[in-house]
Design a binder for this molecule. Structure first.
Ligand code: ASN
Length: 308
């Protein structure tokens, strides 16, 4: 190895280590935040008798939900723990989970810089909360994270500025975003922004609540990072009425047998709201890394050959 190659390897090794240190500190600060806000942390499950259908959502491109049979039961690999959150929140109260998700995205998604086929989200749910409650909870989270990480030495080593989160953030409907930026608004709207913003009112999965006062409008929200980094978080007020959930599962054309186990438990859900934000996307944004896979030690980028 020539001298130049060796120093480049050392430089990229230092960058890799710096990103991993930030992942570690983000996990610590996230745990402190939810703990101080009196959420109970549940351990994740990775196999479930029902899981998030991830659609219909124009932003979703997964090839399939992985199924396996074990001792006579059919399981799905977790796309997200949303359905499990709805069941747990009515008994436990405010909950959060560091949830590993597997989403078998198409190979071309590897080039967006934002997609992984295996990642971890911080996923939380609050009984009795509104969309506005969740937005302000998350604004407190990001503000506190920014303060906690401000002096982190990894930023200097990576040559990037520490984050400057200045909530409260703009709330924009996806209808307005489509008018301004077209149907693929996420990239250009994110590039045009200088602070994160909330995109609200998508038509999405059956578990997002439709506004009873304004049918056709949905009480959900995505947080979008500025600078072209795109979606940070997605969440919603939930549909809790079992009959409306059944109707919407039929409407969406998702296979009803995949939700049988969930529906058996979903007869007395409580109103709740929550969201999930990707840990790798958050650290990619903080470190201004070219690809979200750059913050993983074991890269899981669609279309790339996996080392181990
Ligand atoms: N975690 C998201 C939510 O709470 C769901 C998802 O990841 N698709 O709404």
């Amino acid at each position: 190895m020539s001298g130049a190659d060796a120093s480049e390897t050392t430089a990229s090794g230092t960058a890799r280590r710096s990103r991993l240190e930030l992942v570690s500190d983000v996990l610590l600060e996230t745990t402190r935040f939810f703990h101080d806000e009196r959420f109970v942390q549940l351990l994740p499950v990775m196999l479930g008798r029902s899981t998030d259908p991830l659609g219909p959502d124009p932003g979703s491109s997964i090839l399939r939900t992985t199924e396996l049979d074990y001792l006579g039961q059919r399981f799905y690999l977790m796309n997200s723990m949303i359905l499990h959150k709805q069941i747990a929140v009515r008994e436990v109260g405010p909950i959060w989970i560091l949830s590993p998700n597997v989403r078998l995205e198409r190979a071309e998604r590897g080039r967006t810089g934002r997609h992984l086929f295996e990642f971890t989200q911080a996923d939380f749910e609050l009984p009795g909360a509104t969309a506005a409650d969740v937005r302000s909870l998350m604004e407190r989270y990001y503000a506190r994270l920014g303060t906690a990480l401000a002096g982190h030495p990894a930023f200097g080593r990576l040559g990037v500025e520490p984050p400057s989160f200045r909530p409260p953030w703009r709330v924009v409907t996806t209808h307005d975003l489509e008018t301004r930026f077209g149907p693929d608004w996420e990239g250009p709207a994110s590039t045009a922004a200088d602070q994160p913003f909330w995109a609200v009112c998508h038509r999405r999965e059956f578990y997002d609540r439709e506004d009873p006062a304004d049918p056709g409008h949905f009480l959900n929200y995505d947080l979008i990072y500025p600078g072209g980094y795109g979606e940070a978080l997605s969440g919603a007020e939930r549909e809790w009425d079992a009959e409306r959930i059944r109707t919407r599962i039929r409407r969406d054309g998702v296979p009803p047998q995949a939700f049988r186990a969930y529906l058996e438990l979903a007869h007395d859900l409580v109103p709740s709201a929550g969201a999930g934000f990707g840990i790798e996307r958050l650290v990619r944004f903080l470190t201004k890394s070219p690809h979200v896979g750059d913050v993983q030690f074991f890269r899981r980028v669609p279309g790339e050959t996996v080392a181990l």
